[in-house]
Design a protein around this ligand. Structure first.
Ligand code: ADP
Length: 401
């Protein structure tokens, strides 16, 4: 099946067009600066051909028209007509408690997505806009939603409830949801496949380290705990997000600095984490360059980043009664030998022993020969999962009808 995968953000749309039989991305790209007169569409084809188009792209519908235009174009395209797109799969950030799996988008599903906007005010509205735009432009093409939260919906109550009055959970759905589910699920399955083991019999810890970072404890195929929470702010230190902190310090800072609710949110989401501590950058590459130049604050930011991953690793070993596999993924997890080395340092008490050479060579299995816990470095591929899920759901719906 030929599936267009869309990841609609507030001012950008990332897309990939898949042949799900070959598991191959025929084309991919991104539209940035949507809503501005100088929006940019960067498109590349599987054979290396690429093009950049600058234009006035005022909303998501126009952005999708541009994407279809370039996919149809004689010189840079990959399809002959719009009918070649058999389904569209959307990355949707928040499925709340309702969606425990990917789903065919119907009017009822759209209603629930609308109802969940409060839970993900930054993410769900652009996702909904994308679905509506496709419905107008490709009215007969089935659309599916694949949720970042779905993989974590089987967490036990002791993992997902916070220590606040229970009524607030019932009234406002305040609980841990967890994110990056598609990525955690993909790399955990892939790790089992690489090791030739049964996924359902393993205790796996996955660390997705990108601009946003989260870890998951996956026991016998179920995510039993994860570091992001009610929102993607909780847990690990991230590029610009604080991760875990004492909740009362927010009230204290608001008072001391005279911040509004919005300003406090911006402080914790945009000006904290690696950038906030180092004052250098939220980008791990730039941080490592600064460390090599002797920048002390960059070093502290790096140390906190790795230290917190170690602590979560230890706590997940306790939560699952041990660890069988440890997986790194995401831009940092896949590409930074420095972070992987620091995280795995002195962890042999848990059976985790990194092979420094394999780590530097960026091999798939980077643990020492005798390490009780294999350590893997697996590039994530959330878009492929979305395409395959979409394919499966659309085929199933055809059988039902
Ligand atoms: P997103 O969460 O937005 O998808 P990515 O998964 O692409 O982000 O991760 C972005 C992060 O990956 C940035 O901090 C970037 O510095 C880091 N990164 C990418 N390549 C490298 C590298 N070679 N070494 C260290 N960090 C890297």
């Amino acid at each position: 099946m030929k599936v267009l995968v869309l990841n609609c953000g507030s001012s950008s749309i990332k897309y990939q067009f898949f042949d799900t039989v070959e598991k191959l991305a025929l084309a991919k790209g991104v539209v940035e600066r949507i809503g501005m007169s100088s929006a940019v569409l960067s498109h590349s084809r599987y054979d290396g051909d690429g093009i950049k188009i600058v234009g006035e792209i005022l909303d998501h519908a126009i952005a999708i028209e541009y994407v279809l235009g370039v996919m149809l174009s004689k010189n840079h395209g990959v399809i002959d007509s719009k009918e070649d797109i058999e389904a569209v799969g959307h990355r949707v950030v928040h499925g709340g408690e309702t969606f425990t799996d990917s789903i065919l988008i119907t009017d009822e599903v759209m209603q629930v997505l609308q109802d969940n906007i409060e839970l993900a005010p930054l993410h769900n509205p652009p996702n909904i806009k994308g679905v509506q735009a496709v419905k107008r432009i490709l009215p007969n093409v089935p659309q599916c939603a694949v949720f970042d939260t779905a993989f974590h919906t089987k967490m036990p109550m002791k993992s997902f409830l916070y220590g606040i009055p229970y009524e607030l959970y019932k009234k406002h759905k305040i609980r841990k949801y967890g994110f990056h589910g598609t990525s955690h699920s993909y790399v955990a399955h892939k790790a089992a496949e690489i090791l030739g083991k049964n996924y359902k019999e393993l205790k796996i810890v996955t660390a997705h380290l990108g601009n946003g970072c989260s870890m998951a404890a996956i026991k016998n195929g179920i995510s039993i705990d994860t570091s992001m929470g009610f929102t993607p702010l909780e847990g690990l230190l991230m590029g610009t997000r604080s991760g875990d902190l004492d909740p009362s310090l927010i009230l204290y800072i608001m008072g001391k600095e005279g911040l509004s609710l919005n300003e406090a949110g911006t402080l914790l989401n945009k000006h904290s984490g690696l950038i906030g501590i180092s004052g250098v950058s939220s980008d791990m590459r730039e941080l490592i360059t600064a460390i090599k130049e002797g920048n002390k604050r960059a070093q502290v930011a790096f140390d906190i980043f790795c230290y917190r991953i170690k602590k979560y690793l230890g706590s997940y070993a306790a939560a699952m009664g041990g660890i069988d596999v440890f997986v790194f993924t995401g831009g940092i997890g896949e590409n930074s030998p420095e972070v992987r080395e620091e995280v795995c340092k002195d962890m042999s008490f848990l059976g985790i022993q990194l092979d420094v050479e394999k780590n530097l060579r960026k091999e798939e299995i980077i643990s020492k020969e005798g390490s009780l816990v294999p350590i893997l470095r697996i590039p994530t591929n959330e878009e492929l999962v979305i395409a395959l899920d979409t394919n499966k759901i659309v085929e199933e719906s055809k059988v039902k009808n």
